[in-house]
Every structure is written in C-alpha cells, then in structure tokens.
Design a protein around this ligand. Structure first.
Ligand code: SF4
Ligand code: SF4
Ligand code: FES
Length: 236
C-alpha cells in the first residue's frame, strides 16, 4: 500500500508537490519525509536530529496541525491514506520544510529566559525542596524541547509578531519559580509589556498541542498574577 503525500516546496511562496510513499508498520511522519528525501527527491530540505523526541528540531505542520514528526505515527494522522506536510506556521520559511527559528529563540532572550544566579563558587549548594510549590511549578514546565509547536499553534503570534509567545513565556515562568534565580523583577518587567503575557488570549492551542504535555497557558496565567502582585508592591 502506498501513501499519497503532498509536501511543501519553496519558501514563503511555493506549492505542494505530490509523492507516493510505501506504507510500513509503525511508520512515523519523519520516516515518510526521510523516504522522500532519500529515495525520491534529494533536494527536499527538512530538519531533524535525534528521532526520539528530545531535540525539538523535527516539528512540521501535518494535515494542518503542528506536530513533532519523529514521534507522530502515520496511522494516527493520515486522513484517508493521505498526508499534507508543510513547514511550521508563524516562522519564516527558509526552504521546503525548514523554518528560521532565530526569531523564536530571540524571544526567549527578550523574556530573559536564562538563569541568573547570585551565588559564587564559594557558597554552599542551593537546597530546593522537591515538594515545595515552586519546585512543583518548575517540574510541570521544565521539559520544554524548544520545538516551536506551541508557537506555530498560537493565533496571537500570527496577529502580533512581537508577542513573545508561549514557549518563551513558559521559560520565563520556570525561572520565576526558580528560588535560586536573582533577576526578578527585571524578568517580570521584560514579560509585562504589550508583547508579553497580557497579550495571551487564553486560546489554549499551545497547551493542547505541546508534545511534552506542558501547559504554557497555565504558566502565562501565573505570570499575569506575578506581574499584578509586583505592580501592587510598586516593583515594576
Ligand atoms: S493560550 Fe495564549 S500563548 Fe497559548 S496559544 Fe493561546 S493565546 Fe497563544
Ligand atoms: S512548550 Fe511544548 S510545544 Fe512549546 S516549544 Fe516547548 S515542548 Fe515545544
Ligand atoms: S528529531 Fe528530535 S524531537 Fe524529533
């Protein structure tokens, strides 16, 4: 049995090109793309690295929905034996299935998505209780692999290209809850503006689509509360 696959070719403008790909048991969408590139058209551009759901580089739009392709089985998504595979939305397309992620990661920097400690090597190790409420919040949000699925699924990013987006805000939320981090309220100021957490319309597409079962919507709501508390304290 063959699978009919339409694959985006080009950049911002282009068209879907049809291919016929043999079906296999346990075949993933990434297997399909790899077969096309290796056996049918070596000029097809796409990106992956780990193939096991760790690196976050293989995300694409599959039948209209952003997904990590290395962990998405064809059986679960092929409608009537057909697949349409395109690049992620909300990101510039470099070529075919490859998007430019630099704007996505620039927003992590804008959200101060890096740990900023205050201790020196002479200080003792920080002790963080595993059961503390803050550590639990971090645990729920820390496994992000930077795949961009949430970002591509967010309508607000589509309307407002300056919006920091769910992944950068989720990262800011983990750091907001990191008791060792010393950069509050600077981080809260960075994520409080018009392009920050208040731009989220709570559409929840990010949380529904995240392959790591993270809920950026919950973290963004937490950031909104943290910003309000900091504002009441006169810290912003
Ligand atoms: S909940 Fe907010 S960040 Fe997530 S998809 Fe909706 S608008 Fe975007
Ligand atoms: S929050 Fe989820 S969907 Fe968004 S980049 Fe991280 S792992 Fe991917
Ligand atoms: S190839 Fe690494 S997450 Fe899919």
């Amino acid at each position: 049995m063959n699978l009919t696959v339409r694959v985006w070719r080009g950049a911002a403008s282009g068209e879907f090109q049809p291919f016929e790909v043999p079906r296999h048991a346990s075949q993933t969408v990434l297997d399909v793309v790899t077969h096309i590139q290796r056996a049918l058209d070596p000029t097809l551009a796409y990106r992956y690295a780990c193939r096991v759901g760790m690196c976050g580089s293989c995300a694409m739009t599959v039948n209209g929905v952003a997904r990590w392709t290395c962990r998405t089985h064809v059986d679960k998504v092929a409608a009537d034996g057909a697949l349409e595979i395109g690049p992620l939305r909300n990101l510039p397309v470099i070529r075919d299935l490859v998007t430019d992620m630099s704007g996505f990661f620039d927003k992590w920097a804008k959200a101060r998505g890096r740990f900023e400690g205050s201790k020196t090597r002479d200080d003792d190790f920080a002790k963080v209780e595993p059961q503390s409420p803050q550590r639990q919040q971090v645990d729920a949000a820390i496994e992000c692999i930077g795949c961009g699925v949430c970002y591509a699924s967010c309508d607000v990013v589509g309307w407002n290209p300056d919006y920091l987006g769910p992944a950068a805000l989720n990262r800011a939320w983990t750091l907001e809850n990191d008791v060792r981090d010393a950069s509050n309220p600077e981080r809260l100021r960075a994520i409080a503006g018009d392009a920050g957490c208040h731009a989220c319309h709570t559409h929840v597409s990010c949380s529904e689509r995240c392959p790591k079962h993270i809920a950026p919507t919950a973290g963004i709501a937490g950031l909104k509360r943290a910003v309000a508390r900091a504002a009441l304290r006169g810290e912003l």
